[in-house]
Design a protein around this ligand. Structure first.
Ligand code: NAP
Length: 510
């Protein structure tokens, strides 16, 4: 690619002046790829437009029409996917990484479009059964209606297309207009996918806007009727959730943060059991897919103490077969990090982890230019007394192997992450799995249990599914996204309506 893309925000149904600002560069070789807008769009005008034009238009459509719109949006993304794949590669993503981002993102839209078919009525979602609260003609019903404001989506850099679409699907189906603010370092695939959505012509005026560049100041303009959905680091989330306006107006603030996800090889495993191999393979996969830049990646690999050496040797042998390379090559299994700043951050965090853990294996080095770094396995022999391995996130191809003595200790170590998006268990002993689930579920948003029977069909440790909740307690941010219809509820208000049965019947038909 030779032309530098001139990116622009999309505000109040118009493309704002393009380019002239910060130059964004390729993760592959540092070549210029895109220019951010030199002038920031007027956030106040965007919010007003969303509330006054987008919200009413979406609410008029009802669930069925909004579901059809999501399907058409997904089809538009798929129809233009080649263009997106080419742009995605420049963020360091391999073909497989881009598939997760682009087709995975379209997949979320498709799932929500299908969910819309099961929703009765157009404006109001009934929740649960009617409650007979007295013996007479007076009952209660919980209903959900879309909030009257706008959704401000602040996204992370690692999945520029999926990250936008996984938030848009539940938001738009709920009937709420969105302003998408992508992370700057990889803003161009988001911009390109957003353009495709707008040019599909299926989205009503005001329902979708794109804010490129800083969102500084945006939170000052929000009201109690708006929603913020944030994905990114714990540090930025802490700053934004403590924003005086967010507190004063009780603004809904959902956060998806980083987490130190664990994967546990069950105590029943042996070096020749299928679960042992499945575990080792998954650890390596999670270290190398997206060059480890996945909020759900395995950061802590927990193995029974007697299997520590064998697990290390197997993972090391697998890593030795991988060398990061140009993601545009069909043969490349691991690409580059999103940028050299991100790579340098990972190196810094890796150095901190090495205060408690030893480097025991690496993949090949990869090219010198660009944002490549080798996948690195650390080992921590005393994880119960360690701190950094459970708290320092190296957002890249880094994982730490650690031993546990028994099931109780494995659970304690998993919980030492202080709240994670996901944990996986590789075991063929259902009773042990049940105990571990019981001991750890409250600290996790999702648990993937993989054994010899389910492995071939499994969606793996690291893939959030649109049907299931993505999010986690504590360190992971305390938020939830997707989860099928659950995901819409973050953009809707629950109201307990009390009245006569005929009034409640009428509500069901609006
Ligand atoms: P980040 O630095 O926290 O930035 C996240 C987003 O917040 C970006 O869009 C950023 O915009 C924006 N931002 C920063 N300061 C802001 C402010 N004062 N006001 C409004 N917006 C602001 O995180 P990142 O480096 O993009 O992403 C990496 C992190 O995200 C990792 O820690 C990873 O674990 C986490 N993550 C979590 C999930 C999840 O689902 N849980 C998914 C992906 C990533 P600019 O880019 O313009 O600064």
């Amino acid at each position: 690619m030779t032309d530098v893309l001139a990116l622009s925000s999309y505000a109040a149904d118009r493309w704002a002046p393009a380019g002239g600002g910060e130059i964004l560069v390729s993760a592959i070789d540092g070549a210029p790829v895109a220019a951010m807008p030199g002038i920031q769009a007027e956030i106040g005008d965007m919010l007003r437009h969303a509330r006054q034009v987008g919200g009413p238009a979406l609410r008029r459509m009802g669930f069925a029409a909004r579901g059809k719109m999501l399907r058409a949006m997904a089809e538009a993304v798929i129809a233009h996917k080649d263009e997106l794949y080419a742009l995605s590669a420049l963020t360091g993503a391999t073909k497989n990484d881009s598939w997760l981002d682009i087709e995975g993102g379209a997949g979320v839209l498709f799932v929500y479009a299908a969910k819309a078919k099961g929703l009765a009525g157009g404006q109001i979602l009934l929740e649960g059964e009617r409650e007979p609260i007295t013996k007479g003609a007076f009952a209660g019903q919980h209903i959900l209606t879309p909030v009257r404001g706008a959704a401000l989506h602040i996204n992370a850099y690692n999945f520029p297309v999926w990250g936008m679409l996984e938030k848009l699907a539940p938001t738009l189906l709920a009937g709420v207009p969105a302003i998408v603010k992508p992370a700057t370092v990889t803003a161009w695939p988001t911009w390109a996918a957003f353009r495709i959505l707008i040019e599909s012509g299926v989205v009503p005026d005001g329902a979708l806007q794109l804010l490129l560049g800083s969102a500084e100041g945006a939170l000052d303009l929000l009201t109690c009727e708006d929603v913020v959905a944030f994905t990114g680091s714990a540090q930025t989330a802490a700053k934004l959730r403590a924003h005086p306006r967010v507190i004063a107006e009780t603004i809904r603030f959902g956060a998806e943060q980083d987490s130190l996800n664990a994967s546990i090889l069950g105590p029943d495993a042996t070096p020749d059991s299928p679960e042992f191999d499945l575990f080792a393979k998954e650890v390596v996969r999670e270290m190398t897919v997206k060059a480890g830049q996945k909020c759900t990646a395995i950061r802590r690999a927990l193995v029974p103490a007697p299997l520590l050496e064998a697990a290390q040797a197997t993972i090391a042998a697998r890593l030795a077969k991988i060398t990061p390379d140009d993601p545009r090559l069909e043969t490349t299994r691991m690409g580059a990090l999103a940028g050299t700043k991100q790579r340098d951050d990972v190196r810094r965090q890796l150095a901190r982890l090495q205060a408690e853990a030893t480097m025991v294996a690496q993949s090949g080095e990869g090219p010198n230019e660009g944002a490549y770094m080798p996948a690195t396995l650390l080992r921590c022999d005393r994880p119960l007394s360690a701190e950094f391995v459970h708290s320092v996130e190296a957002f890249g191809p880094v994982a730490t192997l650690m031993p546990y003595a028994d099931v109780g200790e494995a659970a304690e170590l998993a919980r030492a992450g202080k709240g994670s998006l996901v944990m996986s268990l590789f075991s063929n002993a259902p009773q042990t799995v049940a105990t571990l689930v019981c001991e750890t579920a409250a600290s996790h948003g999702r648990i993937a249990i993989i054994d010899r029977d389910s492995a071939a069909d499994s969606t793996g440790h690291g893939s959030p599914m649109p049907h299931l909740v993505h999010g986690g307690p504590g360190r992971a941010g305390g938020g939830e996204e997707m989860g099928g219809l659950i995901g819409m509820k973050h953009y809707m208000q629950r109201t307990a309506v009390q009245g006569s049965p005929s009034v409640l019947d009428a509500l069901a038909n609006i």
